[in-house]
Design a binder for this molecule. Structure first.
Ligand SMILES: [Zn+2]
Length: 322
């Protein structure tokens, strides 16, 4: 991995969801299995790049902001009850994240909500808990963070965090909170990107963090190892679209964090289009590698293919679920 790659990782704030990307295989001529093995070495690179990535702060409305630059996109609500964070980023970003949070307002982080269990959304749990944050998540996030998790498509085993990093308050389907005068509505999706995904809706502000059910303008990762699927991801997009109005600010899990219904609709239509193309080829009896070679994503690559989940890797993820 050369310096250009490293700075690219830093600049784009790549996340663990992207580690097993075939993008590295495409440029290096490795087989997917070799590429996955190489990708495992990137965990340390991701951490190194997160350690120096700047945090971009996007102020939205009603004392809510989106922070970009440490793994998955983070939402912050400030106020006298203490800050509420949606997702924790990667632990080594702590200095930059702390500065960004302190620049927003002086009060400490009192509450942290995880949208799902993945590392690039929960690695900061331990330090945030150590400074006083109570961690809330769906039942399965707690379950997955409590044991070693193997993600096949990353060829990687994730170890549990220290006990303080495991959510202490969980729920099955929905949880309503009132913090800093804001109605927070936490709602579980049917299995989508994983089977631990939730949305967090800031009701009065009409802002919703939809976690990794939405990757704004880029192909998504789908984690079949913990209950995700292409059809579930499409269904989650449909649920997000049904709940949104033209004025809703939608915070995406990855990609540019401040988004809206029309960009979400484009993402959903891309998922449906690729799914249909891959399913048609699979029905014709084509092998996975033949389907990748047929480029069923071609119509979408210019718009969505620039991130580390490249067309070939995304095609393999869709193939797995149709
Ligand atoms: Zn994820």
């Amino acid at each position: 991995m050369n310096a250009t790659h490293a700075s690219g990782l830093s600049r784009r704030a790549f996340c663990l969801c992207c580690l097993a990307s075939g993008g590295f295989a495409a440029t290096s001529g490795l087989s997917p299995r070799q590429a996955f093995a190489e990708a495992r070495g990137l965990v340390s690179l991701i951490k190194d790049s997160a350690a120096t990535s700047p945090i971009a702060v996007h102020k939205l409305r009603n004392n809510i902001s989106a922070l970009e630059g440490s793994g998955g996109n983070i939402a912050v609500l400030t106020g006298p009850d203490g800050k509420v964070l949606v997702d924790a980023g990667i632990g080594v970003s702590r200095p930059q994240l702390m500065k960004a949070l302190t620049d927003l307002s002086p009060e400490p982080v009192a509450t942290l909500i995880n949208t799902h269990w993945h590392f690039d959304h929960t690695d900061g749990n331990t330090w945030l808990n150590s400074v006083g944050a109570k961690i809330i998540a769906q039942d399965n996030t707690r379950k997955y963070l409590s044991e070693v998790q193997r993600v096949e498509d990353w060829d990687y085993n994730f170890l549990p965090p220290a006990p303080g990093g495991i959510p202490s308050e969980t729920f099955a389907d929905a949880l309503d909170l009132k913090l800093n005068g804001v109605s927070l509505k936490l709602k579980r999706y049917a299995p989508a990107h994983t089977d631990s995904d939730i949305s967090v809706n800031f009701a009065e502000a009409n802002i919703v963090h939809v976690g990794d059910t939405f990757w704004n303008g880029v192909y998504p990762f789908i984690d079949y190892s913990t209950g995700g699927s292409i059809d579930g991801t499409i269904a989650a997009c449909d649920a997000n679209l049904a709940a949104a109005t033209a004025d809703t600010i939608i915070i995406a899990g990855h990609g540019q964090p401040v988004s809206n219904k029309s960009e979400l609709k484009e993402f959903r239509d891309m998922l449906v289009g690729v799914r249909e193309n891959v399913a048609t080829l699979k029905r014709q009896g084509r092998t996975r590698d033949e389907i990748v070679a047929a480029r069923p994503t071609a119509a979408y690559d210019a718009k969505f293919g620039a991130f580390v989940i490249d067309p070939g890797f995304f095609t393999r993820l869709v193939y797995e679920g149709v």
